[in-house]
Design a protein around this ligand. Structure first.
Ligand SMILES: [Zn+2]
Length: 271
């Protein structure tokens, strides 16, 4: 069996299939790229309802292992990825990289729990088995993750409000362990507070990057807690508050396409 011939053949099939997927979805390549870069500036991002289809194609197009040109372990998927190098497939490649990035988050995840003795019972220490992941945005256009963490233990803070983890443009800070209750959902002893992990998304910085980080973080948390995108909730689902406003209030969106449904589908594509 000639490996070279096989590679050529496989690549050919692969390209044709991908082109067919794009054509079927009636998404011109240029439009895919424009949409992605519009959302995330210099970064291409996921149009990854297509990702799963692509992954299937990659799998089905390779019956046997071939060697990877970059010296990595030979896997059909990696080989296929390595062979597709030119636009429009870059969009998909970025998507694949993003999916891998869920495992090793591209930002630091700092654990800096507030003490159990924190005032106003912000860390009640009550055990929780999470069944949901609730998304918030801070409501503060300038605060960053470390500042939000500091506020939880600031003597001026007299509110019984807290959250599990906060994410900004550059990092995530875990403030309360995920198996303990935090007060974030505004539903008293309801499932929002008592059964859900909470992410606060900062409204400062480059919104595309912040949301990218939030999407990756949400996917990672859901995966580790054995949950799916169906377990995602908005703060607004538990209480009347319009939160996360950057995804549900037109005036607070940085880009019209950054909707709650969009956020959910981006997370889902990474699971
Ligand atoms: Zn909220």
């Amino acid at each position: 069996m000639s490996t070279k011939a096989q590679r050529t053949y496989k690549t050919f099939r692969l390209d044709r299939t991908l082109t067919a997927i794009l054509a079927r979805r009636k998404v011109p390549d240029a439009q895919v790229i424009e949409l992605s870069s519009g959302l995330f500036e210099d970064e291409y991002w996921i149009s990854l309802a297509n990702y799963k289809a692509l992954q299937r194609v990659l799998r089905e197009s390779h019956e046997g292992p071939v060697s990877a040109p970059d010296g990595q372990a030979p896997t059909p998927l990696r080989h296929a990825i390595a062979r597709i190098t030119s636009s429009p497939y870059e969009v998909y490649l970025r998507g694949l990289e993003a999916r891998r990035a869920v495992r090793r988050l591209p930002i630091p995840w700092m654990v800096n729990h507030i003490p159990r003795t924190t005032s106003n019972k912000r860390r009640p220490g009550e055990r929780m088995t999470p069944e949901y992941l609730t998304i918030h945005s801070t409501g503060n256009p300038t605060s960053k993750a470390l500042g939000e963490r500091s506020w939880l233990t600031n003597a001026q803070n007299d509110r019984t409000a807290s959250f599990h983890i906060v994410v900004d443009e550059t990092m995530a800070v875990e403030c309360i362990p995920f198996n303990e209750v935090a007060w974030h959902a505004g539903d008293g002893n309801g499932d929002g507070n008592k059964k859900s992990i909470s992410i606060e998304i900062c409204e400062s910085g480059n919104r595309g990057k912040v949301l990218r980080n939030a999407i990756l973080l949400a996917a990672r948390i859901l995966r580790e807690a054995d949950m799916t995108a169906d377990n995602l909730r908005r703060h607004h689902d538990w209480a009347t508050k319009m939160c996360p406003r950057i995804l549900i209030v037109d005036a607070n969106r940085a880009h019209p396409s950054q909707t709650w449904d969009w956020f959910k589908s981006e997370v889902e594509a990474l699971l």
